[in-house]
Design a protein around this ligand. Structure first.
Ligand SMILES: Cc1ncc(COP(=O)(O)O)c(C=O)c1O
Length: 373
């Protein structure tokens, strides 16, 4: 199976360790284990003794009941039996696409998005039909275009909601229209919801599985729980055939998730209100910092992100995004992700969910380079 290089992951692998001001991150300020225990109100000594007693077997093959119940609690109408734990959302996306998409199918996929969603189907021999999100369209899918692209041969429509790299969020009315198109052609809708869960207004964020029985939601502990080191994600769907097919494949590529990952994830899920409270305050504060900077920087513009942890910032300079990003790193110590990694030239992706001081300084340094060019 030939597959294109994963541009954003290669960029991060190459440059992440060289950054002084890392605005390439997509996770909300990652937690240390002791910080997590503290947030959960758990006595560290007692908990570490409990961990000490955990046997390093394969554990619960399909995830512990506490873990699956915790994940189900993130959805309105999902039961623990509908949840399949995976190795990160990256494992979940891979498993869903490899299980359902076959050579000769077509897949309609929003772009920009996480590259798995178009490069894996392409590598399988499926036709990928990009549904381009645009600045003018506020990075929301054009429904007429979607209707034109989807046909009887469409196996799957893939959305990423909230979207990486733009921070857009598809309103429910629009998602319902996407579902209508999927129903018309008999397609699954895979919604990568790895950034879903903390809204600006504090309201529940609708999942695809709330709206469509053939909807498949992917999530993980990495971004909104700040626990990427656990490498724990999931697939959830009400479609029994999809569930069984993914479980059958999972025996080949996963077996189970780590026992410690399962335990710590279950703990964080049980105390999700405390984790989300911490993380919402980081997101709200930092989004305001970013917004102020964009408004005060004449060489920059963006569609204000409404969800997730990243924004796509356009710069009004005649320089490629890769060259700009490399200069930012070498001359100013600031890491961002060039828009080119998402086929979005003329822009950079800014991750704003770390500490606000680092964000503020990083943005000032981007402003400096913009003035110097
Ligand atoms: C949209 C999207 N999906 C999936 C992933 C993979 O996340 P995980 O750490 O859960 O594997 C990422 C990571 O950046 C992402 O941005």
């Amino acid at each position: 199976m030939k597959i294109r290089p994963f541009k954003v992951e290669q960029w991060m692998n190459e440059w992440e360790t060289k950054a002084v001001y890392n605005l390439g991150e997509t996770c909300i300020d990652s937690l240390r284990v002791d910080e997590l225990l503290n947030l959960c109100g758990v006595d560290a000594g007692e908990y570490l003794r409990k961990l000490g007693g955990a046997r390093m077997s394969y554990g619960h093959i399909e995830g512990s009941p506490e873990l699956r119940q915790g994940i189900a609690s993130l959805y309105r109408d999902i039961s623990a039996e509908d949840v399949i734990p995976t190795h990160g959302a990256i494992g979940a996306n891979y498993q869903v696409i490899m299980t359902l998409v076959e050579p000769g199918d077509n897949v309609v996929c929003v772009k920009p998005t996480y590259q798995q969603h178009y490069s894996i189907p392409e590598s399988i021999g499926a036709e990928v039909r990009p549904l381009q999100l645009t600045y003018a369209g506020k990075f929301l899918p054009n429904l007429d275009e979607l209707n034109r692209l989807a046909n009887r041969n469409t196996k799957m429509i893939t959305i990423n909601n909230p979207n990486n790299p733009t921070g857009s969020w598809i309103p429910d009315e629009m998602t319902k229209e996407i579902v209508k198109t999927a129903e018309r052609v008999g397609a699954y809708v895979l919604s990568d919801e790895v950034y879903r869960g903390i809204s600006e207004d504090g309201e529940y964020m609708t999942s695809i599985v709330d709206l469509y029985d053939k909807g498949i939601s992917v999530g993980s502990m990495s971004k909104i729980f700040s626990l990427a080191g656990l490498r724990l994600g999931w697939i959830t769907t009400k479609d029994a055939n999809v569930k069984n097919a993914c479980l059958a494949r999972r025996d080949y590529d996963t077996i189970s998730c780590g026992v410690l990952d399962d335990m710590l994830s279950a703990l964080a899920l049980k105390h999700k209100d405390s984790v989300f409270k911490r993380n919402k305050s980081i997101l709200d504060g930092n989004r305001a910092v970013l917004d102020k900077w964009v408004r005060e920087t004449p060489q920059a513009e963006y569609v204000r992100p409404v969800a997730g942890t990243v924004a796509l910032v356009y710069y009004k300079k005649n320089i490629s995004s890769r060259e700009f990003a490399v200069r930012l790193l070498k001359e100013k110590g600031v890491l961002v992700t060039p828009g080119e990694c998402f086929d979005m030239e003329g822009s950079i992706r800014v991750g704003y969910a770390y500490d606000s001081k680092r964000l503020q300084t990083g943005l000032e340094k981007i402003g400096e380079l913009l003035r110097e060019i």
